[in-house]
Design a protein around this ligand. Structure first.
Ligand code: ADE
Length: 425
């Protein structure tokens, strides 16, 4: 029997949702065998014993399995939402009710509540922070310098969060180690590409039930996430257009067989727009002005800044909710534009985020990165650290094993060949 935290120690929608949450968390666990192995080892070895840990993540069934593994490892863990719209309320309820974990996350919470939850999490005086977008770390540095002495380090799993950490390092304020989970091969090759690819289209379809076959779907940004969205949209029969600012990625998109053009041209031909750039105002006034009547816009980048909704509001005479997570903006020029998930991550707002099978590897990286920080406490330099290659490789090996896939190994003479330079043509 676990002790349920007092009401002061959690802020969730409804604790009575716990049993539904448990059922769904267990369902996700079926696809998370690598994390399960780590959880079982953590349970036996307790590598996080006595560690106060704050996890700021999308509160999903997959995150719940990570949180359970961290708790099994001995961590005194608090969980908060990394986005106001991504929380699964039944999951939050289960973690509070069945695992005694303080959770602060309610789907649809306003920005003030979101920031209050960040402060509450920092009241826990974390030794380790798992961040998703770097809001907790940024708040710690800006507002709670006196707590930095408690911090062993942080882990970050998003491209956006890493860009912010790099800026902190340049400004000389990143005075502790940060593990770059996003750059692990077993993270971005799968989570960013196949996870974002599938779940973004899942979000668009659940929100609208639109047929993607035959539609022109514009993807802004051809990073790993953009590649995933473009690949899956093509698979569903869309005519995919890519917009980019990076010339190399633009060539890559062209050679992958996509049409590439600036947003100023794409705006008037697109039926559905997806932003995945990590930058602000990718779709803005001059684009809204030329869009087709009924064009749909959504975002799968971390923050809700990619679509300039402020300006769109100013151009509109009415905004109405036409379906769940689907708002119709009626423009002064008589046309309408459909915005999904309020411009927040459409895959988490309107669907359930990435499938468990990819989050298995992302969260295996997260759990092992926490263990690495604690094991190497005091010896890691301040700054951003890669996940050790051995860890990445081990996660891949475990995943292959779970998928029932065997691969070749090098013969001794192949190893010798790869290590020598004397034999050539
Ligand atoms: N980010 C994207 N998808 C996610 C998921 N299912 N759980 C947690 N974080 C995510």
């Amino acid at each position: 029997m676990v002790a349920i935290p007092t009401k002061l120690n959690y802020d969730i929608k409804d604790i009575n949702l716990a049993s539904l949450g448990r059922q769904r968390i267990e369902w996700a666990a079926r696809e998370m065998p690598v994390l399960a192995q780590i959880r079982d080892r953590f349970n036996a070895e307790k590598p996080l014993a006595g560690i106060r840990l704050v996890a700021c993540c999308h509160v999903t069934t997959e995150t719940a399995n990570l949180a359970i593994a961290l708790q099994a490892g001995g961590a005194d863990a608090v969980l908060i939402a990394s986005n106001p719209l991504s929380t699964q309320d039944d999951v939050a309820a289960c973690l509070v009710n069945d695992y005694g974990m303080p959770v602060f996350a309610i789907k649809g919470e306003d920005n003030a509540t979101y920031h209050r939850h960040v402060q509450t999490a920092l009241d826990h005086k974390p030794n380790v922070i798992i961040d998703d977008g770097s809001d907790v770390v940024a708040t710690l540095i800006k507002e709670r310098q006196h707590q930095l002495a408690d911090l062993i380090g942080t882990t970050e799993e998003t491209t956006t969060g890493i860009v912010r950490l790099e800026a902190m390092f340049r400004d000389g304020v990143l005075t502790f180690p940060a593990m770059n989970v996003n750059d692990a091969d077993t993270k971005h090759f799968f989570d960013n590409r196949y996870g974002t690819g599938q779940s973004t289209l899942d979000g668009i379809i659940r929100a609208t039930n639109v047929l993607l076959a035959g539609k022109t779907l514009v993807v802004a940004g051809y990073g790993w996430c953009g590649k995933g969205v473009a690949m899956r949209a093509r698979g569903l029969g869309s005519n995919v257009v890519i917009t980019e600012i990076n010339p190399v990625k633009a060539i890559e998109a062209a050679m992958d067989g996509f049409r590439v053009m600036p947003m100023s041209e794409a705006a008037s031909i697109g039926d559905v727009f997806v932003t995945v750039t990590g930058n602000k105002h990718i779709i803005r006034k001059e684009h809204f002005e030329t869009m087709k009547d009924g064009a749909m816009v959504c975002n799968s980048g971390h923050f809700d800044i990619e679509i300039d909704l402020e300006t769109l509001k100013g151009m509109s005479r009415d905004v109405k909710e036409v379906r769940n997570f689907t708002q119709q903006y009626l423009l002064n020029n008589g046309k309408s534009i459909i915005v999904l998930g309020e411009g927040r991550l459409v895959n988490l707002a309107a669907a359930e985020g990435h499938p468990s099978a990819v989050m298995d590897m992302s969260f295996a990286n997260q759990a092992l990165a926490c263990e690495y920080l604690v094991k190497n406490q005091g010896s890691l330099q301040p700054g951003i650290h890669s996940i050790p290659t051995e860890v990445d490789q081990e996660i891949a090996r475990l995943k292959l094993q779970a998928m029932g896939i065997n691969i070749d190994t090098l013969t001794p003479s192949q190893i010798e060949y790869m290590n020598s330079w004397t034999v050539g043509t």
